[in-house]
Design a protein around this ligand. Structure first.
Ligand SMILES: [Zn+2]
Length: 165
């Protein structure tokens, strides 16, 4: 287990489609993702390409976030697939791989995702609200999609992050 360096644009690993993990052991990768998420302030999720691994694994934990309504605790998903989604709302998002910017991104408001956990067991997550947004954001990473790829307008939907001193 280890805290890993988080990849930032324009690193290529962030812009390519990740491979399915399939039967391979996800244990070490999952632990590195959890360790790296834990030390990052206000981080609610991380995808494997963000620590330089081009495989379809994400972790999400919105339990400490003020916008959280529905919450499934610490979610680990290997080879996640969105099987159902509904609703649409635009809200501001940030990303550790795009540290200087935030963006207005439209996401579904309710989602069902299937995949496997670190032990290879099938899991299905159904959730609403902010956790839905976090899951979609991380799953986007697995397809090389970043918040800047999701905005309707780069001139009106992208914002420089405020620096608080
Ligand atoms: Zn991100």
């Amino acid at each position: 287990m280890a805290v890993r360096k988080v990849a930032r644009l324009p690193e290529r690993v962030l812009k390519i489609r990740c491979d399915e993990l399939g039967e391979s052991d996800a244990g070490e990768l999952v632990q590195d993702l959890l360790d790296t998420m834990e030390v990052a302030p206000a981080c609610v999720g991380l995808a494997a390409p963000q620590i330089g691994v081009s495989q379809r694994v994400i972790v999400v934990d919105v339990s400490a976030h003020p916008k959280t309504t529905a919450c499934n605790g610490t979610i680990v998903l290997v080879d996640p697939v969105v099987v159902e989604y509904s609703g649409r709302v635009v809200s501001r998002e940030g990303c550790m791989s795009v540290p200087d910017l935030t963006a207005n991104v439209a996401r579904a408001t309710e989602i069902t995702v299937t995949g496997r956990d670190a032990a290879g067991e099938e899991v299905q997550i159904h959730t609403m609200g902010f956790e839905t947004r976090a899951l979609q954001h991380e799953i986007d990473h697995l397809d090389g999609m970043l918040i800047l790829d999701r905005v309707e307008s780069v001139t009106s939907d992208v914002f420089r992050r405020k620096v608080y001193k």
